[in-house]
Design a protein around this ligand. Structure first.
Ligand code: 13P
Length: 254
């Protein structure tokens, strides 16, 4: 299999941070990560901190983005934030379909598909999260569950919409826990996802698959070495400058 030039490291800050915390954290990341030019690094911040991320990280090798987007372009949608507003801050990437949103806010697969499309329309990268819960894994239906999550987008927009996007395999049972999924589980699912999407792509527009769920400095290199894994998506580890650095440092040497 051809080796990719850049591994992907994405941090999802979730609902953490403050102006004071971010000021230190972003500046420290800027300093510590500036030599990792062989990595594609992105930090997904809460909406109110996009301006701060842009101010501090512009010109660095760290991209920024956020964790959700409205499916409508604009209008009377109280509390929503549109793709063009996010793009105004030079964001590169938006997470869609994270299981924490799906569970808490009853996000449907159709909603997620429309958001995915909206991100593409604004020339940003959608990062689609897919994954099964523990019951589904134990019942052996994890591939069926993931296929349903992806198929809605394929049915609504066709497979080419996935060109240049990222899919994160995030088994729900591994998120916020103390152990990641096993290399075997991850390899099988990444392979399944690639086959399902099956696009005719070039190096520039292929779909990348990352793994998320309890990624830390101890397991990041092993996770990135799994066949079919193009990088990692981390939650807690993205809030700790040293952990973030160690993860990038390890992966940059692969
Ligand atoms: P943790 O890395 O904290 O398990 O969170 C994973 C996640 O949900 C990233 O989107």
């Amino acid at each position: 299999m051809k080796k990719k030039s850049k591994k992907i490291v994405i941090g999802n800050m979730k609902m953490h941070g403050s102006l004071a915390f971010n000021e230190d954290h972003f500046k420290n990341l800027l300093q510590k990560l500036n030599t990792f030019n062989n990595l594609e690094i992105t930090l997904c911040v809460p909406y109110p901190y996009l301006f701060q991320a842009q101010k501090i990280l512009t010109g660095s090798n760290i991209n920024w983005g956020c964790q959700n987007v409205a499916k409508e372009p604009e209008g009377p949608y109280t509390g929503e934030v549109s793709a063009s507003m996010i793009k105004d801050f030079q964001s590169k990437l938006i997470i869609v379909g994270h299981s924490e949103r799906n569970t808490a806010y009853c996000e449907s697969d159709e909603n997620i598909a429309e958001k995915f499309n909206m991100i593409k329309k604004h020339n940003m990268t959608p990062l689609l999260c897919v994954g099964e819960n523990l019951n589904e894994r134990e019942a052996g239906i994890m591939e069926k569950v993931v296929a349903e999550q992806i198929k809605t987008i394929l049915d609504m927009y066709g497979s080419d919409i996935f060109k240049g996007s990222i899919v994160a395999y995030e088994p729900i049972w591994a998120i916020g826990s103390d152990s990641a999924a096993s290399p075997n589980q991850i390899e099988k699912m990444c392979d399944f996802i690639k086959q399902l999407i099956n696009i005719n792509s070039t190096d520039n527009d292929e779909v990348n698959i990352v793994y998320g769920g309890s990624v830390n400095a101890k397991n990041a290199v092993q996770l990135c070495e799994i066949n079919g894994v193009d990088g990692v998506l981390m939650g807690r580890s993205s809030l700790n400058t040293n952990e973030f650095y160690e993860i990038c440092n390890g992966i940059s040497k692969i």
